[in-house]
Design a protein around this ligand. Structure first.
Ligand code: F0G
Length: 456
């Protein structure tokens, strides 16, 4: 049998709400053309993010009831700690309320003016936390990763030659760590190969630079390694994950992704001295080290989720459903990032809307068009998210203008996905009518969350 089915059945359902085109035109205007500002009751299919939006399993809900809410020494923490240790091999596990809290703690301690953090691609909150500390973030994505329409097996890889040159240029002493994001969210959810991780680690080790993993989507990355990298076909996801983390000195994790939790995260480390500093800051900002900003029940849900995500029928269905949507769009001539990523389909807005210049945010224009057409919410990953200004206030555009349709885990069925494909193909047919946008209000950092825009 060739059909890959959802490896679950549905026990509890949640309604989704229909709106009319006229209502959506008005709602979008009220939201200043920024779907982050739309009430989710007015969204039909919400592909804004795969973060915190997963459907938990019956086992996770059962775990919630077992959560022990003791302030200190909760058995839920020890189950959580064991699950993290089993996968990462890291002896020190520090719970946080989500990924960016781990980042804030880590970069507050290791960052600062004159420091450089190097990555394949830093996620927006990761970059923001680095910059907030006064340090600078440098993305060194491999060449294949920069061309959405050209498929390659590991488009999330870091350019290791550029890594060597950058270390020469800024000096190893000024690099607190190199961070590999797996999968590479901002670069299309593309995986990083084990080979690339090994090479980056070796370069870091030669210069005494700690090597960290941003592990939000580690299981999806490991599944791609199993499918695409020689020597891994017969290994379990757990074995691949164990190897991947063995090269790292530490990792940050948002449990809102590959742990199927609605909230949570952690920082896992090998260095006891650094861990001591992190825990001190944790107590001020998150909580006592055995709960770190989470309820005991959240720790249980994460511990169980971390084991469920290693199951191959799940990962096969997960990766296949993204590929299914990607391929439907490719067949219809829609420009998409190829091949499909691990958690999302990325439309190439530059190619989709060539008549809209980066200064008029083609990605955001496409996001708005998908909402207006059929109530689908997506997110721009382009010049609205990553654009900067030069001294004369001209926009320095992002490398790519992408629109991400992130698929929440275990939430939507194949007919929802078929609907999404039909809508995108319909919008593609009408693309010449889509107009660009200009910003009317923006924050100095992470502006995409709150920016207000209007049509040109
Ligand atoms: N790193 C990566 C690669 C991420 O994708 C995210 C979050 C974070 C760190 C921060 O984790 O949200 O728990 O604080 N990404 C979400 C997204 C928000 O929509 O891609 P967090």
């Amino acid at each position: 049998i060739k059909t890959i089915i959802e490896p679950f059945r549905i026990k509890s359902v949640e309604p989704i709400y229909f709106t009319t085109t006229e209502q959506r035109i008005e709602l979008l205007k009220q939201a200043s053309y920024n779907p982050f500002l739309i009430n989710s009751e007015h969204v039909l299919i919400d592909l804004l993010t795969d973060s915190g939006t997963s459907a938990m399993s019956s086992r996770q809900w059962a775990g919630i009831m077992q959560g022990d809410e003791s302030y200190a020494g909760s058995p839920s923490f020890y189950r959580f700690e064991k699950a993290v240790r089993d996968i990462t091999g890291m002896p020190i596990v520090i719970p946080t309320h989500q990924g960016r809290a781990s980042e804030k703690i880590l970069f507050s301690i290791t960052g600062g003016k004159g420091k450089y953090f190097i990555s394949n691609t830093l996620f927006d909150t990761t970059r923001a936390n680095i910059e907030f500390s006064g340090a600078e973030g440098i993305d060194l994505l491999c060449e294949e990763g920069k061309h959405p329409s050209i498929p390659a097996a590991f488009k999330g890889n870091m350019d290791v030659d550029a890594l060597k040159q950058t270390i020469e240029r800024v000096g190893a002493a000024n690099i607190p760590m190199v961070i590999m994001t797996v999968t590479n969210n901002s670069g299309g959810g593309q995986p990083v190969s084990m080979q690339n991780i090994k090479e980056a680690k070796a370069i870091c080790a030669a210069h005494n630079i700690p090597f960290f993993i941003d592990a939000c989507r580690f299981a999806e990355n490991c599944y791609f390694i199993k499918l695409r990298e020689e020597g891994y076909a017969n290994k379990s996801i757990k074995e691949i994950a164990n190897e991947l983390f063995s090269y790292a000195d530490g990792c940050t994790m948002s449990a809102k992704k590959d742990a199927f939790a609605n909230i949570g995260g952690f920082l896992a480390l090998k260095d006891e001295a650094l861990a001591m500093q992190c825990r001190n800051l944790l107590i001020i900002t998150e909580g006592f080290p055995t709960y770190g900003g989470l309820a005991g029940r959240d720790l249980e849900a994460i511990a169980i989720g971390l084991n469920e995500v290693l199951e191959e029928p799940y990962l096969q269905y997960r990766i296949r459903s993204i590929e299914y949507l990607t391929n439907k769009l490719i067949d219809a001539g829609v420009p998409v990032m190829q091949p499909g990523g691990g958690h999302a389909v990325y439309l190439d807005a530059k190619a989709f809307l060539p008549h809209i210049p980066p200064q008029q945010y083609p990605g955001q224009a496409l996001v708005c068009a998908l909402y207006t057409e059929a109530g689908i919410r997506s997110v721009e990953i382009g010049s609205l998210m990553f654009g900067k200004y030069d001294e004369t206030n001209n926009l320095i555009p992002a490398q790519m203008e992408l629109v991400r349709l992130a698929i929440p885990r275990r939430v939507y069925t194949q007919s929802h996905i078929d609907y999404v494909a039909e809508v995108i193909i319909e919008v593609f047919a009408k693309r010449n009518n889509i107009k660009g946008l200009v910003i009317t209000e923006e924050a100095p950092m992470l502006r995409h969350f709150t920016a207000k825009l209007k049509p040109v």
